[in-house]
Design a binder for this molecule. Sequence first.
Ligand SMILES: O=P(O)(O)OC[C@H]1O[C@](O)(COP(=O)(O)O)[C@@H](O)[C@@H]1O
Length: 349
Amino acid sequence: MPENNFDREITLDLVRVTEAAALTSSLYLGRGDKNAVDQAAVDAMRGMLDYIEIKGTVIIGEGEKDEAPMLYIGEKVGTWNEDDEEFDIAVDPIDGTRLVAYGLPNAISVMLLAEKGKLAYLPTFYSYKLAVGPELKGILDIRSSIRENLRVAAAALKVPVSEITVVVLNRDRHKKIIEEIREVGARIKLIGDGDIAAAIATAMPESGVDIYIGIGGSPEAVLAAGALRTLGGELQVQLWPQTEEEKEKLIEEGWDLEKVYFTEDLAGGENVIFSATGVTNGEFLKGVKFHKGKAITESIVMRTKTRTIRRITTFHDLQHKTIRLKSTEGDSKLLSIGNRREFGLGGGI
Ligand SMILES: O=P(O)(O)OC[C@H]1O[C@](O)(COP(=O)(O)O)[C@@H](O)[C@@H]1O
């Protein structure tokens, strides 16, 4: 297949993967069961990844933190035919599992594909991140104080600081950051979870978000960088060890804790493809909606090569839509998304 056609094909394939994860996990909306949400998304993703004509290796999986189900690092995905191209893959089957478990907004299913060796490995579980859209790209510095960055941002955007909106994960570790933003007088949106969407929102003018800052998962940083590459935004990241012991170990191993990773260091190469599907309504994607025999999903897919950004609304007929679920052990089954009993869920009244 000529290279261009191949890229186009694969772009839609990735949407099918995040759509399947979003659809399946959304069956568990509001049931209070984070693990069921994650398991559904992981198995659906794995099931769909099998169909993509690539030699894919998952190099960024997620789930270690709470022993959640995961697509594990090193897992081979795709068809692995002789002529297939090799790609590295980063996934977050659900960013915001708790959000789905409690029916809260802003959960998405995400994956990223890049040329081999072009996605960064960050050794810490958490990273300190600063994300901005195109207008602030190259202007802020993660090493500067919050006050200084907000001053510079206001000057660059030609607005008073009070019109700048900063998104921060609502965590105790961010107490100082939040206090500082309040002191300077910018607006703050505290979010419960889901910092991939928050970082990406900075590059979406309609979101009303200017800056995302704070400490969040390292895999999420790489995934957000993949999208920001195409959107023309910027992510700056520093490793964030959680203990003195971890810090010393990293230094011993030769990691530079002062180093700032920029967008291209995190997701480099010419050919980065990012796909996300909304699970619950959010900043930049609508969540899965069930309506009169159909499930409706909204996805966004983008490629760095052409800078094309597509929003895709898909109507899935519940009578005919099947999803292939595949377990870590390799067993697969085809389930009908319209039949909740097949997913071990009550059929209702
Ligand atoms: O909840 P923590 O430990 O503060 O970690 C923050 C990370 O967790 C999330 O909010 C949610 O991640 P999961 O849904 O994968 O658990 C991420 O968006 C964020 O990077």
